[in-house]
Ligand binder design. Structure first.
Ligand code: C2E
Ligand code: MG
Ligand code: MG
Length: 684
């Protein structure tokens, strides 16, 4: 199982347990609430029962008093109390829980207290005024108070109940009864506990079991939903976000970023040699490379950044950043490139991939998802064309360049189909500048409106879109055909692109062209640059050797601009070095670096038996230095620009004329007859 999947599965399990956690809490709260409710309601019910009981007892005692003490009215009116005491003592055996009683008159003045057994003498100590008793008298509604005393085993519960004393339907006073309710309260509580437990069991059955079942069900549903969400939002192979989820996330981030200091950057990452890996090592290895890439990128980003896989070998990173620190964006771009430049080790082989990055940031390069993504896309396309293996920021000029490039692409295809290319020829002279040795074939292409397009622009594009093969073949054929018409001593030099060696069997192509045109091999020279030897060196060297064995000579072009490794000069017997025109710039300056380097190259050429051609000679001073350095050949605007067919014909005709003139003057010097000289000159 791939690491991404592992991570994903862990995520799902977490989601499930979170669902459970979220569901258990309300269930617990519900149970606690029901329990508290039951206790509260139960307690109230117990209390109500107790109160009803004590009230009934008090009322019964009151009725007993009224019945057994005929003088009660007088007593309440403040007269005799001894009979009350007797009646109390007699009645005590009948009212089991009663411990004390008092009698009040209508105003709440205490008239009898069983603990004192006797009347308060009138006019003596002022009787206390009990407002509650007066209230009970006035309303005929009983009052009740339940008091808890002491704690533990010594805990006592007493009730204090006030009821109206009614005789013949009329309230004559108020009776206050103190009763010991410890036994009945304890027994009521015991019964309540039993009932509560039964209720608890019912609650459990009614709530908990269905609750648990419900949670299990919702947990399963959420788990399934999160799995579905994962499938919809994540890339199955790498476990990263997919394109639609990435776009949605970016949209969200952009809308919140516009109101805060936080901005968003988007990095588009393209793996440089992924197709080769897939083709050469198979898709299984390709998949492993993609997973390993995702892992590596994940490590390169922080917790705020999000990684996505947009296509086959295209990844993207969304990076929020603070407006005050925009440099983090470029830094991440560089980090990605550096991380991806390190080789991967997969199935015992070392795989070098490399990546190119294009990035854009909001709000500068775009405020909407569409604009920002387009900008990053353009930056990536630009980087892939001009700066492989680098991280390139978006620049508004890139769009114009891209459009121009697309126009060239269209023009190339059109020109190939309609045979609208031309070959121009630039003369190559011996170092004295007089002796014409041959021509370099240079390809020409014009825009539809007739504007010339530089080969430095269209050749790389033709290489990239795979057209250099047929175009190069056409140039070779055309140049060989043209050269066939030239005087026998002139050589034609044709440029070959490194891409032609990769996609074509060049020895075969050259052999066929020579056969087709009948150009003798020694009159053909092929120019290659050092870059041809960088990839697949052995294969290219083999092809070059084979071509050389046909009798064709090989020149190393633009020497001094590329890697200029002496190793290449050893490993392949070139016939010629063409020193790049950049050396001409300060060549005429005494003691300049260019002059010293050129002197060294010429010396090297002598040792290795290589002819040296100096390119781009524009001034007489440069020509003079080249002569003094003992270069072999020269080429440049000083001697002649690249010429089209008509200009070539004129040049060659004048050369023939010059040669005839030269021959005639030599004969004159040798004393040959004047008339024959005139005839010779005429024919010239
Ligand atoms: P190159 O092979 O080094 O060709 C010499 C370039 O230098 C030509 O540019 C030529 O016009 C220019 N040049 C010659 N003398 C002077 C001078 O005195 N001063 C200056 N400043 N420039 C001079 P051009 O024709 O623009 O070609 C540019 C490059 O395009 C060539 O460089 C060659 O690498 C490539 N190219 C041209 N034709 C072909 C072709 O048929 N096939 C391939 N593969 N590449 C070609
Ligand atoms: Mg050349
Ligand atoms: Mg050159």
């Amino acid at each position: 199982m791939c690491p991404g999947a592992n991570r994903t599965f862990g995520g799902k399990m977490q989601a499930k347990s979170e669902t459970r956690k979220r569901g258990v809490l309300p269930l617990l709260i519900a149970i606690i609430a029901v329990t508290i409710g039951v206790i509260f309601v139960g307690n109230n019910a117990l209390w109500g029962m107790l109160r009803a009981d004590t009230e009934a007892n008090a009322t019964a005692w009151g009725a007993f008093l009224v019945k057994r003490v005929p003088q009660l009215e007088q007593v309440v009116g403040g007269k005799d109390s001894r009979q009350i005491a007797e009646a109390f003592l007699r009645g005590r055996g009948e009212i089991g829980t009663m411990r004390r009683f008092r009698v009040y008159d209508r105003r709440g003045i205490e008239r009898v207290d069983s603990d004192q057994v006797g009347f308060r003498p009138l006019g003596g100590e002022a009787p206390s005024l009990n407002k509650t008793a007066a209230g009970v008298f006035a309303s005929s509604v009983a009052a009740f108070e339940f008091v808890e005393h002491g704690n533990g085993d010594a805990r006592l519960y007493t009730a204090r109940t006030m009821v109206p004393l009614i005789k013949d339907g009329e309230t004559i006073g108020v009776l206050e009864v103190f009763s010991d309710e410890t036994a009945s309260w304890t027994s009521l509580q015991a019964q309540f506990r039993k009932v509560a437990m039964q209720i608890g069991a019912l609650v459990f059955l009614a709530f908990l079991l269905p609750g648990i079942l419900y949670l299990r069900r919702t947990g399963q549903l959420e788990f399934a939903a999160s799995r579905l969400k994962h499938t919809v939002e994540y890339d199955a192979l790498t476990g990263t976000l997919n394109r639609s989820a990435f776009t949605a996330l970016l949209r969200e981030q952009l809308s919140s970023a516009s109101t805060r200091e936080m901005k968003v950057a988007v990095h588009f990452i393209d793996l440089d040699r992924f197709k080769n890996i897939n083709d050469a090592l198979g898709h299984a290895v390709g998949d492993q490379v993609l997973s390993a890439t995702a892992q590596r990128l994940r490590r390169a980003i922080g917790t705020r950044e999000r990684l996505a896989r947009l296509g086959a070998d295209e990844f993207a990173i969304m990076q929020p950043f603070y407006t005050q620190a925009p440099e983090v964006v470029a830094q991440l771009g560089r980090d990605i490139v550096r991380e991806m430049a390190r080789p991967f080790f997969i199935e015992n082989s070392e795989i070098q991939i490399g990546a190119t990055v294009g990035y854009a940031s909001s709000p500068r390069d775009g405020r909407t998802v569409e604009d920002l993504v387009r900008a990053a896309d353009i930056a990536l396309a630009h980087a892939k064309e001009t700066a492989r293996g680098e991280a390139v920021p978006f620049d508004p000029g890139m769009e114009a360049q891209r459009q121009y490039r697309q126009r060239i692409e269209v023009r190339l295809r059109q020109a190939l189909a309609r045979q609208q290319f031309e070959v121009h020829f630039q003369p190559l002279y011996g170092v004295d500048g007089h002796e014409l040795r041959g021509f370099e074939a240079l390809l020409r292409l014009k825009d539809e409106d007739g504007t010339p397009i530089s080969p430095e622009v269209f050749i790389p594009i033709a290489e990239e879109i795979g057209l250099i093969g047929p175009i190069g073949h056409w140039v070779l054929l055309q140049s060989a055909r043209t050269a066939r018409e030239w005087p026998d001593d002139l050589v034609v030099s044709v440029n070959l692109s490194p891409m032609q060696f990769q996609s074509h069997d060049m020895p075969k192509v050259v052999r066929e062209v020579l056969q087709q045109t009948g150009l003798p091999p020694h009159r053909l020279e092929l120019e290659v640059t050092e870059s041809v030897l960088i990839t697949d060196t052995d294969k290219v060297l083999l092809a070059l050797r084979e071509i050389k064995s046909l009798g064709v000579s090989i020149a190393l072009d633009d020497f001094g601009t590329g890697y200029s490794s002496l190793g290449y000069l050893w490993s392949f017997p070139f016939d010629k070095l063409k020193v790049d025109k950049s050396f001409m710039k300060d060549l005429a300056v005494e003691g300049s670096k260019s002059r010293e380097i050129l002197a060294t190259i010429v010396a090297l050429g002598k040792v290795l038996d290589l002819k040296i051609t100096a390119e781009g000679v524009e001034t007489k001073e440069q020509a003079e230095v080249l002569r003094s350095l003992d270069c072999d050949l020269v080429q440049g605007f000083l001697y002649g620009r690249p010429l089209d067919a008509d200009q070539m014909a004129t040049l060659l005709a004048s050369r023939v004329r010059n040669e005839a003139m030269e021959r005639a003057s030599q004969r004159l010097r040798r004393g040959v007859g004047k008339s024959s000289i005139v005839a010779a000159l005429k024919s010239a």
